[in-house]
Design a protein around this ligand. Structure first.
Ligand SMILES: [Cu+2]
Length: 397
């Protein structure tokens, strides 16, 4: 399926014939310079082709016509067609540098959001510790992205913002922009990054809220479910796990499926037998290359999550993977409805607990079949549990 569908683009009242909506402060200048260059190119194209056709007819070889064999030279003409185009390209360069300097110079009062790109997903970490797989931002505020890659080159590109920047492993790249339209915009990875590169093209990957809507979303997104299994599922959706590991039994995306693994004895690539227990789960998250499963040694390498997950998060993910031994739970996760899971075996026995997983999944607009767990946020259970320790390292506020 095309990530951009033309009828939708044409129906968008903010989109133009050439461009998606001009949704950031950069868009006006970028579009203007683009159109100026386009019209200059059209002008010279028509001029050159017209002269060529005219001369080909006028000076064609024909009976009785004798051409002038002397080399012709006209200083005024040559200076004109050298100086005028040179001045035009110099002016385009200066305009381009001006626009580039704007894009490279963020204002002081930005909202800083950390971006992690990995094969093949994005995750966004907010100043209050919230994590999401879509970029949520308020309208009319300058946004600064600190971008890291866990593996290969990626590029963060939002056409509606006219903003694009490489995301380079081993360094932090930054970019900023200021949205001027509320709505949902497409997010692209604009650097070929492997087999599932196209999975990093996210329809509605950027959501621009009004300030109140953003504040509400942010507060809600910073509260992972209290129930450990539900919290594990919440992390699975946001930390990039879902792009490589399916929750449907036997379905291989890149890495092994999580379904029905717990308590199984697995053969490693080195030929040893290893029990898929809690220790193995922990090791596979922190040192993924230590015990690679047979058949997966040539798969794309999973990054280590050492330092990216705290102990509470590790135990939540472990609880989720343990729960994936249960048929009813696998089915519930695949259907995107944890409330159908076998609550008793999952410790989701209290009425509210069963719904915990849905509470926050619903806050990220559901996209895949695994995600739309529509449950109101007020059903989060009120067990006494400290959530503060579960917040991931927050970027600068
Ligand atoms: Cu990519």
């Amino acid at each position: 399926m095309l990530p951009i569908d033309l009828p939708m683009l044409l129906a968008d009242k903010h989109a133009t014939f050439w461009f998606p909506p001009a949704a950031s402060t950069f868009a006006k200048d970028v579009d203007w310079l683009y159109m100026v260059i386009l019209y200059i190119s059209i002008f010279f194209f028509v001029l050159v082709v017209a002269a060529m056709v005219l001369f080909a007819i006028k000076y064609r070889r024909r009976p009785g016509y004798v051409g002038d064999s002397r080399p012709l030279h006209n200083n005024a003409l040559e200076i004109t067609w050298t100086v005028i185009p040179s001045l035009i390209v110099c002016w385009i360069f200066v305009e381009g540098v001006n626009g580039y300097m704007d894009m490279m110079t963020p204002p002081v009062d930005t909202i800083d959001i950390n971006v992690t790109a990995r094969q093949w997903d994005w995750s966004f970490q907010y100043p209050n510790g919230a994590i999401s797989d879509q970029l949520h931002i308020p309208n009319n505020r300058a946004i600064l992205l600190n971008m890291r890659s866990e593996d290969v080159l990626h590029a963060f590109y939002v056409p509606a913002f006219r903003a694009k920047s490489d995301v380079v492993p081993g360094r932090v790249t930054t970019m900023w922009f200021q949205p001027i339209l509320e709505g949902e915009f497409d997010l692209f990875c604009a650097e070929y990054c492997g087999d599932l590169h196209s999975d990093m093209i996210k329809r509605h990957g950027v959501v621009v809220h009004d300030q109140a809507g953003y504040d509400a979303w942010l507060a809600d997104a910073a509260k992972p479910p209290v129930n450990a299994v539900a919290h594990g599922f919440w992390l699975y959706q946001r930390m990039g796990c879902k792009s490589c590991h399916s929750t449907v039994e036997g379905t291989r995306i890149v890495g092994p499926s999580f379904a029905k693994s717990y308590d199984q004895t697995l053969r490693t690539a080195k030929g040893a037998d290893v029990k898929f227990d809690q220790q193995y789960i922990r090791q596979s998250i922190l040192e993924p290359q230590a015990e690679v499963r047979e058949g997966y040694q040539n798969a794309s390498q999973m990054p280590s999550f050492q330092g990216k997950l705290n102990e509470d998060q590790l135990s939540a993910l472990t609880a989720f993977l343990v729960a994936m031994k249960d048929d009813a739970f696998i089915q519930a996760v695949a259907d995107g409805d944890l409330s159908q899971a076998d609550k008793e075996s999952l410790g989701l026995t209290d009425a509210a607990g069963a719904d915990a997983a849905g509470a926050d999944a619903a806050s990220d607009t559901g996209k895949s079949a695994e995600e739309p767990l529509e449950k109101p946020a007020d059903e989060v259970p009120t067990e006494p549990a400290s959530e503060s320790s579960e917040s991931p390292p927050a970027p600068k506020t």
